[in-house]
Design a binder for this molecule. Structure first.
Ligand SMILES: Cc1cc2nc3c(=O)[nH]c(=O)nc-3n(C[C@H](O)[C@H](O)[C@H](O)COP(=O)(O)OP(=O)(O)OC[C@H]3O[C@@H](n4cnc5c(N)ncnc54)[C@H](O)[C@@H]3O)c2cc1C
Ligand code: SF4
Length: 472
């Protein structure tokens, strides 16, 4: 374990952020890494619990107590090897994961969990700096060909695992660059895109062929992919957003979050926006509908673009400031969280329903809202108005796009509209076609997508070869 008395002697420290007034002037990452000796001290707080709840709380079962100990002992290279044995992209989860491991940590019973995410990120960043991360091409090829549609974290993790197992892997991506929501959804201020690009470079050197700007079902037939490969893995994400079908929805100035966010990521990357109307928040009163993380990303982006004001509306009641640990631990608790973007100056309001949008000359100017009770019933005399020049809808995603390859293949869907496949063999209703990530599981997290990609790779390797050495 770390230091036997570490958790008694050492206070929890975590990464700090550049002040809001500074960081909103740019779109770069703003987290200040802890100095290396402090990371080792933090790792020393780990108690190497008999039942490591952190390990169970992590969807990819990162061996957290083991690498905490290695970091405490100063063997960072072994820590990086250990970390990569369960996680293809720890520098990504080290930046954007909400860290269910920390919620599950035994020391979280006292609100002072081990700074697991910070330690993970430090290990992975150091591994890149020291060039310990290198391509790992397979020593033998199997002669089998696998097509992967979609290059989000699920597709990338599966591609890396399958290429390392010796298969010829082709990744098809409709966007210009690989990464899925890592590249086009998550803003640069949470994760700069070179973090994703260098992984794609590593994977190309391991034998993965990326076919970008290819929309399967439009530019390439899914039946051709099925015919020309031994297996096809669909990792197309959950791209159909939940809409707000109230009067005035068709006014100009009301957009889905995923119409807005990718534009800014493309601007920063110098990628053309294409044939779309630019959406910008500068000089505007912005209302974000939806209180989750996508909403927060809209807030941070709008503030950096120079919005006059940003208000975030949530229909759910305000959660408690603190969870009741004895009821919730080691699970992810519902409690009031303030994201870095919200802390940059957004006004938040809860238990609010939008009844209609109103405007002039076809453009949105205001929202007519009302307060609701816990069953979303409107409270009497609670109607109020909110000015808005730009409204961003961030109310989650329903299911993957059905038009195109899903319908063409006639895949069986779940009741919620995801592609039906279990989490053992990941096989869809079609023999050679597999599905993983948000497309199978529904809207989720990067770490879950990595898990799905790894497990689907295990299942496909086994289906193709009769056995597999890939971990699940
Ligand atoms: C704005 C936003 C911010 C988020 N922030 C976080 C966060 O901070 N932390 C976190 O853990 N999770 C976050 N999430 C959730 C997380 O990004 C997703 O759960 C995860 O990316 C899902 O991975 P995936 O590989 O299944 O799908 P995606 O990342 O959605 O990738 C799917 C890919 O498939 C491609 N594709 C789809 N159809 C086709 C086709 N027919 N042909 C070719 N290509 C196709 C798409 O272009 C896309 O690149 C966020 C989500 C959003 C929307
Ligand atoms: S639960 Fe916390 S203290 Fe226990 S092993 Fe995991 S990180 Fe260490």
């Amino acid at each position: 374990m770390g230091k036997i008395t570490g958790f008694l002697e050492i206070e929890r420290q975590d990464r700090t952020y550049a002040p809001a007034g500074d960081r909103i002037r740019h779109f770069r990452e703003f987290v200040n890494p802890l100095p290396e000796p402090e990371v080792s001290r933090q790792a020393a707080r780990c108690m190497d619990c008999g039942i490591p709840y952190c390990h169970d709380g992590c969807p990819i079962n990162n061996q957290i107590p083991d690498w905490n100990d290695l970091v405490y002992l100063g063997d960072w290279e072994a820590a990086a090897r250990n970390l990569h044995s369960t996680n293809n992209f720890p520098e990504i989860t080290g930046r954007v994961c909400p860290a269910p491991c920390e919620a599950a940590c035994t020391l979280n019973l006292e609100d002072k969990p081990v700074s697991i995410k910070t330690i993970e990120c430090a290990i992975a960043d150091k591994a890149w700096e020291e060039a310990w991360i290198a391509p790992q091409p397979p020593s033998e090829k199997t002669g089998k060909r696998v097509a992967i549609v979609g290059s989000g974290p699920a597709g990338l993790a599966a591609a890396q695992q399958l290429a390392r197992a010796g298969h010829e892997v082709h990744v098809y991506e409709k966007n210009a660059y690989p990464g899925g929501l890592l590249r086009y959804g998550i803003p640069d201020f949470k994760m700069e895109k070179q973090v994703v690009a260098r992984r794609a470079t590593q994977m190309a050197a391991e034998g993965v062929t990326f076919h970008c700007s290819v929309h399967v079902g439009r530019d390439v037939s899914i039946f051709d992919l099925e015919r020309d490969h031994d297996a096809v893995l669909l990792c197309c994400g959950s791209e159909v957003p939940r809409d707000l079908e109230v009067p005035g929805r068709d006014l100009v100035g009301i957009h889905f979050a995923m119409e807005y966010l990718p534009q800014q990521n493309r601007r920063i990357a110098g990628e053309p926006l294409g044939d779309v109307e630019p959406i910008l928040a500068d000089g505007k009163h912005v209302v974000v509908i939806g209180g989750g993380d996508t909403g927060s990303d809209c807030i941070g982006t709008a503030i950096r673009q120079g919005a006059l004001s940003v208000t975030q509306l949530e229909i759910m009641p305000k959660p408690p400031e603190r969870e009741n640990k004895l009821l919730t631990w080691p699970h992810w608790p519902l409690k009031l969280r303030t994201s870095t973007s919200q802390a940059e100056g957004a006004k938040r309001d809860f238990s609010v329903m939008t009844k209609r949008f109103e405007g002039r000359n076809g453009r949105v100017e205001r929202l007519i809202c009302a307060r609701v009770d816990e069953s979303f019933k409107e409270l009497p005399d609670s109607e109020f108005e909110l000015s808005a020049d730009l409204v961003l809808l961030a109310m989650g995603f329903l299911h993957p796009v059905h038009e195109g390859l899903v319908e063409e293949l006639g895949l069986t869907l779940t009741e919620r509209g995801e592609v039906a496949a279990n989490d053992q063999d990941y096989r869809t209703s079609r023999e050679k076609v597999f599905a993983a990530g948000d497309m199978r599981r529904g809207q989720s997290l990067v770490v879950w997508a990595i898990r799905e990609g790894r497990q689907a790779a295990h299942a496909i390797d086994k289906a193709l070869m009769g056995h597999t050495n890939l971990p699940r």
